[in-house]
Design a protein around this ligand. Structure first.
Ligand SMILES: Cc1cc2nc3c(=O)[nH]c(=O)nc-3n(C[C@H](O)[C@H](O)[C@H](O)COP(=O)(O)OP(=O)(O)OC[C@H]3O[C@@H](n4cnc5c(N)ncnc54)[C@H](O)[C@@H]3O)c2cc1C
Length: 535
């Protein structure tokens, strides 16, 4: 197995909005940059699915209002310095997007990507296309289909990354700095609206590099996501027509019973958490449906209904199954206002990071976060790289590095007989477990049961010996997902309160006296350690 190697100044791991912004900025600052995506560059990311809503100060919405709304949503757990950075730099990031050809226009509390009302194109796809076009005009090297398995840490600094191309070739990137922009982990849950490959790789990479992660137990749910078998779990976005009905399997209207006050459009803003919980509980008892059959024909020509209309499924003719689903991860890697992590040379941006959102994310803040902190991470990594250029430190001789990583690559592919479970079945078991035990509603008994069941799945994962490269990718996913799930279950056991998106049935109230604390997760000698730190 011949390993390919490459030297650059800054590799950017991840090509969603955060990674694309970071790459553009680092290159503008004169550095040699490459950008990696698990599949393509830009597509297959959560960014490509996004609704294109950015929250940021505009002519009618002040910075102070942005700050207050985000603080309120975060219920006291956010990092105020990071939040200030987001608020201060939000509108400038929108200008930057305009410069890159994204048609940004003001809306109530921020900006949206302007499109004709009759366009059924996803705003996220427009966003990605504009940025990838911008990248293609630059010197940034694009490496689609490279899956990063490890960060290269040499002498206490991030100096590159190691991974496999999908077709099997191991690849070593040697660099002066690294930017982590791998997104969140929504797809570790059976019910989610994320892209399939968003499995929390960045969290595992950071933990394994010795970095702490924070507040992983805070997972945001969206109440209305398509749950028809054989259809993709598409988020059902506003604006909702006034004719929309929410039904149970007997055809009874659930809106009032589930406490939807006013219309659905307001409810997804004001009651997103309580609605997700109510719908989760209702769907434990029976199926829940959206019914668009009373929506008049002319409304089907406008987004987002025109997007549904393109499907072969007869959304306009019969009610269809919906469920709440995982939407966003608030927790992640700690960064400072310059996008630096605790590991020198490693910078991070986007959903993989922690800090801005606290206990729950305000709608529209994720994309603004990616643009603001993606730029900052790109600039900071470039500054750091320049100091390394003039530094006299000697890197480990290349041949030594290469030998070490070639041995590691071979170690991953241990050809042994005796796979008892198919990795696909194990991943399904993990996702079911996540949804059942670490879903919208948690409690001590079920969290304990979840941890017991996870331990037995972990034993089955150990017995998966990857004989082929396809199995190798899958085993890696299984290990990462199991680690992350263990963290979420354990962290949820310890937090004996409910706050923001985090709901404990046995501790239904926010407990400011005991729980104005962030949860810190570390991996020490392979064991997960959890501590709590006052905000
Ligand atoms: C359906 C939907 C709609 C949304 N709408 C909005 C909205 O309107 N407004 C808003 O603010 N937020 C929205 N969000 C949230 C927001 O879109 C995401 O938080 C944001 O796009 C994340 O961007 P990112 O760059 O951090 O990661 P992503 O866009 O998820 O990209 C992650 C990248 O990392 C790569 N990667 C991961 N692991 C590896 C690895 N091991 N090796 C190599 N590459 C790797 C992936 O291939 C991908 O390129 C929405 C989310 C969803 C799911």
């Amino acid at each position: 197995m011949e390993m390919e190697e490459f030297s650059t100044d800054i590799p950017v791991i991840g090509s969603g909005l955060a990674g694309l912004f970071a790459a553009v900025e680092a290159e503008r600052a004169g550095q040699k940059v490459l950008i990696v995506g698990k599949f393509s560059i830009g597509m297959g990311t959560n960014t490509s699915m996004a609704n294109g809503a950015f929250t940021a100060a505009n002519s009618r919405f002040s910075k102070e209002e942005h700050l207050q709304a985000t603080l309120e949503s975060g219920k006291g757990l956010g990092n105020v310095k990071l939040l200030d950075t987001l608020v201060e730099n939000g509108s400038e990031a929108m200008e930057r997007l305009r410069d890159y050809g994204v048609p940004m226009v003001e809306r109530g509390s921020g900006y949206i990507i302007a499109r004709p009302e009759t366009s059924s194109q996803l705003p996220g796809v427009l966003l990605i296309r504009a940025l990838v076009e911008r990248l293609k005009k630059s010197s940034v090297q694009l490496l689609p289909g490279l899956v990063i398995f490890d960060l290269l840490v040499e002498e206490g600094e991030a100096r590159g990354a190691f991974g496999f191309f999908r077709e099997g070739k191991p690849y070593l990137i040697k660099s002066r700095a690294v930017i982590l922009a791998t997104g969140g982990a929504g797809a570790i849950y059976r019910r989610n609206d994320n892209q399939k490959s968003i499995l929390g790789d960045g969290y595992a990479l950071a933990l394994q590099a010795g970095l702490p992660l924070f507040d992983l137990e805070f997972v945001q749910f969206y109440p209305f996501v398509l749950a028809e078998p054989r259809l993709s779990p598409l988020i059902l976005l506003p604006p909702y027509p006034k004719e929309l009905r929410l039904l149970n399997e007997k055809g009874e209207n659930l809106s009032e019973r589930l406490g939807i006050r006013g219309n659905f459009n307001q409810a997804v803003i004001d009651q997103r958490d309580s609605l997700s919980i109510a719908l989760f509980e209702a769907s434990q008892k029976g199926d829940v449906y959206f019914d668009f059959t009373h929506v008049p024909e002319e409304k089907w020509d406008r987004y987002p209904l025109n997007f549904l209309k393109k499907s072969k499924f007869p959304f306009h003719e019969r009610p269809f199954l919906i469920s709440p689903a995982v939407h966003f991860f608030m927790g992640g890697v700690e960064i400072d206002e310059r996008g630096r992590t605790a590991l020198p040379g490693l910078f991070a941006a986007g959903e993989v990071t922690w800090g801005v959102h606290g206990a729950n994310r305000l709608g529209g803040n994720a994309l603004t976060e990616c643009a603001v902190f993606g730029s900052i991470a790109g600039q900071s990594a470039a500054e750091y790289t320049r100091t390394k250029e003039s530094g006299e430190r000697q890197l480990t001789p290349y041949e030594v590095l290469k030998g070490r990583w070639e041995r590691k690559a071979k170690g991953y592919l241990r050809r042994k007989r005796g796979t008892y479970d198919h990795p696909r079945d194990l991943l399904k078991d993990l996702k079911d477990l996540a949804w059942k035990y670490a879903g919208p509603v948690r409690e001590k008994g079920s969290l304990e049961e979840g941890l017991d069941r996870l331990a037995s799945i972990e034993k089955r994962i150990e017995r998966v010996y990857p004989a082929t490269l396809k199995d190798l990718f899958k085993k890696r996913d299984l290990e990462n997902v199991a680690l992350l799930l263990k963290a979420i279950l354990k962290g949820s056991m310890l937090r004996t309160e409910s706050r923001g998106s985090f709901s404990r049935k046995d501790f239904p109230y926010q407990d400011d006296q005991n729980w104005m604390k962030n949860t810190c997760y570390r991996l020490e000698k392979g064991e997960l350690q959890i501590t709590h730190h006052p905000v």
